[in-house]
Design a protein around this ligand. Structure first.
Ligand code: ADP
Ligand code: MG
Length: 594
């Protein structure tokens, strides 16, 4: 991450303040409590003089009763105010963080697919969990602590000047010396902690991949390689954490040494005053107590800078994410889409992923209402890319995709997506019950409908065989679900959504022949009466499509029915022959890689 110009930083800090502002009432009360806490600190230093001079030196009996009473009241107030301040500030801190987390999740959810393909899941997760907590630390500990410490310092400085202004001047002289180390350490801490967090994000992303993909790691005997790759990343985190900590650890001793020098000067000069009779022991010790009490808040203030730097770096990362704009934008005045069935037109469509060569080139295609379109072609030929344009997972680079003549970019995104159901090669189920997984996206569907969908997806019998039926949690089943069962649940989900446009992206290619038969039957039910795009890896899936297009080099090189395409002896015929050859090998698998 580059260093941001100062202006921009300030604007961002203002944004953070915006979050703080919402809790201003609680903040005001907390601030009042802080002032009380600070006042009691100064009062403690202040009453050292009457205690010493009146009780011990002058042996005043009245003061003997008065002073303990005063101390009790001071500490009672202090206790109550401390509780109020701690509680309120953490309340405010947690509220801000909760809001930030909500906003981050909302922002992330709305970002385009391109964003999710670009960013690592682990990094995004660490924004919401790790970075946000650092900001909380800054808000509820540092900022509030800072205010209290500032009040305390003001109070104590008043006490020391009131007691002995000449002595106070000497003590204050040491202060400027402390500014430089504070500044320098802060700078370092900020730099290293940014690096440390970046490498922590790296580590999370790495964990996410290798734990998720553990089966592959094992299959390829890569455990040792992954262990050492992990160790490398872990070492990076360690290095930056240590560097951060070294700067932190150094800043306190430097301050202590400076404090020691100040103290020595005070004892020498102040002691001289008491010996010569210019000052009283009470004045001297009251002064001394105030100076010693000053040490803690000043030390905390130097730490504050560190926490602030860390927090601001985290805030930068969080706001970077919050300010990310989605590539897929909502039209200002959305046009409603007409009633189904839909005609879908690709009008001179070109598409390129960011900074790469075009995947689709000047492609023209018209799919009639209710038509079943098969899409075949070699792997990487752009089939998935083509269908991803329909629900606007990506926007065309040139040309337009139209539904019943309306450019899909002119329709509301939710309207568009409500018309499209997608079943992909990898069935995605959420950690919820089977029933809720099928009703995902249709939360108000009555149970009967859910069961109907399950029946049409040929998963009903399986669900009935489970003791808890639809209420069975996916987690309870663990890895028991087969690919075919998962896939049929996803088909049931698509059936329940009842969308007029259907996209099947190699929905059966991960399944064995037996499972495929059942899924295929389920898909037949799903496609009935809908405008369907069927991407097929096994050509047998599209033999009876109304039309098959063959994609190669980002263009449609052939189209027609299965029989006429075979007769034409072109690309489709070649694909067909290759698959048939694969079958007769006895492998039963397609020759192409998946
Ligand atoms: N998110 C992406 N970013 C960049 N390139 C991509 C992305 N997704 C796919 N591609 C590239 O686009 C081409 C077409 O991919 P795809 O549409 O998935 O092909 P198919 O589904 O026909 O196998 C491939 O060369 C692939 O590498
Ligand atoms: Mg694909």
């Amino acid at each position: 991450m580059s260093i941001k110009p100062k202006i921009e930083l300030r604007q961002r800090h203002k944004r953070l303040l915006g979050y703080v502002r919402e809790s201003w009432g609680k903040l005001a009360v907390a601030m009042f409590c802080m002032i009380v806490v600070s006042a009691t600190t100064s009062a403690t230093a202040f009453i050292v003089k009457p205690v010493l001079d009146d009780i011990f030196m002058k042996k005043n009996e009245q003061m003997l009763l008065l002073m303990p009473l005063a101390v009790m009241i001071i500490y009672l107030l202090r206790g109550a105010a401390m509780y109020g301040q701690e509680f309120l500030m953490h309340y405010v801190g947690e509220s801000i963080i909760r809001q930030l987390r909500d906003n981050l999740y909302e922002r992330i959810s709305d970002l385009s697919l391109a964003f999710f393909q670009r960013e690592k899941t682990g990094v995004l997760m660490s924004r919401i969990t790790y970075d946000v907590n650092i900001i909380k630390n800054m808000v509820s500990n540092a900022v509030t602590g800072a205010l209290r410490d500032c009040f305390t310092i003001v109070g104590l400085v008043f006490v020391i000047f009131y007691r002995d202004w000449k002595l106070a001047l000497i003590a204050i002289l040491v202060l400027p010396l402390a500014v430089f180390p504070i500044y320098e350490f802060g700078r370092r801490i900020r730099r290293f902690s940014t690096r440390s967090q970046e490498s922590m994000g790296d580590l999370s992303a790495f964990l996410h991949e290798t734990i998720g993909g553990n089966k592959v790691v094992k299959a390829f005997n890569m455990e040792d390689a992954e262990k050492s790759r992990f160790a490398d990343r872990n070492k990076q985190v360690f290095r930056f954490e240590i560097k951060t900590f070294r700067s932190k650890a150094l800043s306190s001793p430097v301050m202590e040494i400076l404090g020691g020098i100040g103290m020595a000067l005070i004892i020498w000069y102040g002691g001289k005053g008491v010996i010569s009779g210019e000052s009283t022991p009470g004045t001297f010790f009251s002064f001394m107590t105030a100076v010693m009490l000053l040490y803690a808040p000043i030390r905390k203030l130097t730490k504050l800078n560190n926490i602030l730097q860390r927090g601001l770096a985290a805030a930068d990362r969080v706001f970077d994410l919050l300010e990310t704009k989605s590539d897929i934008t909502e039209p200002e005045h959305p046009r409603p889409l007409p009633e189904p069935p839909h005609r879908i037109t690709f009008d001179n469509v070109s598409f390129a992923y960011a900074d790469s060569d075009p995947v689709l080139k000047n492609l023209n295609l018209e799919v009639h209402p209710g038509e079943r379109l098969g899409i075949v072609g070699t792997s990487g030929g752009g089939k998935t890319t083509l269908v991803n344009l329909i629900p606007r997972f990506f926007d065309v680079t040139e040309g337009a995709v139209r539904i019943d003549g309306i450019d899909i970019r002119e329709a509301a995104i939710s309207d568009l997506r409500s018309r499209v159901a997608v079943v992909t090669q990898e069935p995605i189920l959420f950690n919820d019950t089977i029933g809720n997984n099928i009703a995902y996206g249709s939360p108000n569907a009555p149970r009967e409908k859910v069961l109907d969908a399950a029946r049409a997806a040929y998963i009903y019998d399986f669900i009935q065989s489970l003791p808890k039926g639809l209420e069975t949690g996916i987690g309870e089943l663990g890895n028991r679900l087969s690919g075919g069962e998962k896939q049929r649940m996803c088909i049931a989900r698509a059936l329940l959504k009842d969308a007029p446009i259907l996209i099947l992206d190699e929905a059966t290619s991960a399944l064995d022949a037996e499972a495929e038969q059942l899924v295929q039957k389920a898909l037949e039910n799903l496609m009935r009466g809908r405008t369907s795009f069927v991407i097929a890896h096994r050509l047998s899936t599209v033999f009876d499509a109304d039309r098959i297009i063959v994609l190669a080099d980002g263009q449609i090189v052939e189209q027609g029915r299965h029989s006429s395409l075979l007769a034409a002896r072109g690309e489709y015929y070649k694909l067909y022959c290759r698959q048939m050859a694969g079958r007769s090998d006895g492998t039963g698998e397609d020759p192409e890689d998946t």
